[in-house]
Design a protein around this ligand. Structure first.
Ligand code: DGY
Length: 436
């Protein structure tokens, strides 16, 4: 193994770190603070610079709205190198939006609860880190309260996302079925992402029309949750998003127990947790596919596709041991062919699979990290080992890219890394995989 790789990963993180106390996911392509990126970045920093890990989390939570909502992008700086920026999103339309920071009016998978637990696991100075956590944890609790009271209109314990950018898996082929139900206008706008990255690796113009159309509807309704639940053409119960929430519930329960004196919050978290896990297993598991799937709440229909999100419930301890066996068999049958690196982001046996295009097939380091941890928890140690080794190998061969071709044959010349380079969470989570 390349011994200098941890040093290289640290260099990437430090180069993307900003004096204001947060880290860019990637220079040029993503010039602000992103919600779940910050969570994964903090895990990497926790291994060698805990002050920066704490700042990253504190800065994100500082942008929380008065209703507990935490935005997906915080626009700390002025730049026109990203579209759509603050002038498009207009977060101030919501009466409880942060007065201090401009942001988007959508969120991202809620990772911060389990990130707090991870940094507690990593640190040698447990007392100091627990003190930091005690000062931040109620903000994360308020965020979960927001989800369960505002994003679960049928009181199922499963929260919805109203935009594909909230899923984190931005242009997954799963959303194609939803775009087919929409008649979005053709907007005139200037993309910036395609001036940083090969357009064949990014979403299409027509997909961006849909992305903007959903935001226009939310803005017309001042980002009001009840109105969005009623009117948004995109309303989905996403297994990755809900797994991250459930894993974070579990982490908050453990951390509150360590901190002490928070029995009411623990009781509430346990109630949410029980209901969520039961509904998740009842509603989101597709027996025929042998995998967890997305549910389209707007059109009341399951979206019957297998993606890397389908396996993320392992990390949140959602499946029974028996169901976990079925899930892992599906993963290995569809994604685990010897010619493929684990784990493609979308089913390689499906005709919509595209191993070069963003979330339509490439391997992502954050999902691999989630799956590695989940597989280990259930004792699938050999497959966990393969995921870890595959992750290290693709980074060693290509560099700290945003995503990677899943086909092994493409890696011979070190050009199978796509999207942005020197990508922060690829560096941060590699450090955690190698140091833990
Ligand atoms: C982008 O601009 O593609 C971002 O990932 C949205 O979060």
């Amino acid at each position: 193994m390349n011994k200098g790789i941890i040093e290289q990963a640290k260099t990437v993180l430090l180069a993307n770190y900003q004096p204001d106390g947060f880290t860019l996911p990637c220079q040029g392509l993503y010039p602000f603070q992103w919600n779940w990126d910050s969570g994964f970045i903090a895990i990497g920093f926790a291994h060698f610079d805990m002050a920066k890990a704490k700042k990253e989390i504190h800065k994100l939570l500082d942008a929380q709205w008065e209703n507990g909502f935490i935005p997906h992008i915080i626009f700390h700086t002025e730049t026109d190198s990203y579209f759509p920026g603050p002038d498009f999103h207009k977060s101030y339309l919501h009466p409880l939006a942060s007065k201090k920071y401009k942001s988007t009016g959508m969120t991202q998978p809620p990772v911060i609860g389990f990130v707090l637990e991870e940094i507690y696991r990593i640190t040698e100075d447990k007392e100091a880190v627990l003190k930091f956590i005690a000062g931040e944890i109620d903000k994360v609790y308020a965020n979960h309260q927001y989800f369960y009271t505002k994003r679960d209109p049928n009181n199922e314990g499963l929260v919805y996302i109203y935009h594909n950018w909230e899923s984190g898996t931005d242009n997954s082929p799963i959303w194609d079925d939803i775009w087919d139900t929409m008649s979005s206008p053709e907007y005139n706008f200037e993309r910036r992402d395609t001036s940083h990255v090969d357009p064949s690796q990014r979403p299409s113009k027509r997909e961006y029309d849909h992305y903007l159309h959903i935001i226009e509807i939310a803005k017309e309704n001042n980002y009001d949750d009840a109105k969005i639940a009623e009117l948004s053409p995109f309303l989905v119960q996403d297994p990755l998003f809900n797994s991250m929430l459930i894993k974070s519930n579990e982490a908050l329960i453990k951390l509150y127990k360590r901190i002490g004196n928070n029995q009411d919050k623990i009781n509430q978290l346990q109630k949410w947790q029980e209901k969520s896990v039961t509904s998740f297993n009842d509603k989101l598991f597709d027996k025929k596919l042998g995998a967890y799937i997305h549910y389209d709440l707007r059109n009341e229909k399951p979206l019957r596709f297998v993606s890397s999100s389908s396996f993320s419930p392992l990390y949140a301890n959602i499946p029974s041991k028996e169901r976990a066996e079925i899930l892992v068999k599906t993963m290995m049958d569809k994604f685990g062919n010897e010619n493929q690196y684990l784990c493609a982001s979308f089913d390689p046996t499906d005709e919509r699979f595209n191993p070069k295009k963003y979330w339509r097939g490439p391997v992502w380091v954050n999902l691999n990290w989630i799956l590695y941890k989940g597989l280990k928890q259930y004792g699938f140690n050999d497959i966990a080992k393969r995921i870890k080794e595959d992750t290290i190998e693709i980074i060693e061969k290509n560099g700290f890219y945003e995503y990677f071709d899943s086909r092994k044959e493409m890696h011979a010349d070190g050009k199978a890394g796509y999207g942005g380079n020197d990508f922060s969470w690829s560096a941060a989570l590699l450090i955690d995989l190698l140091e833990s």
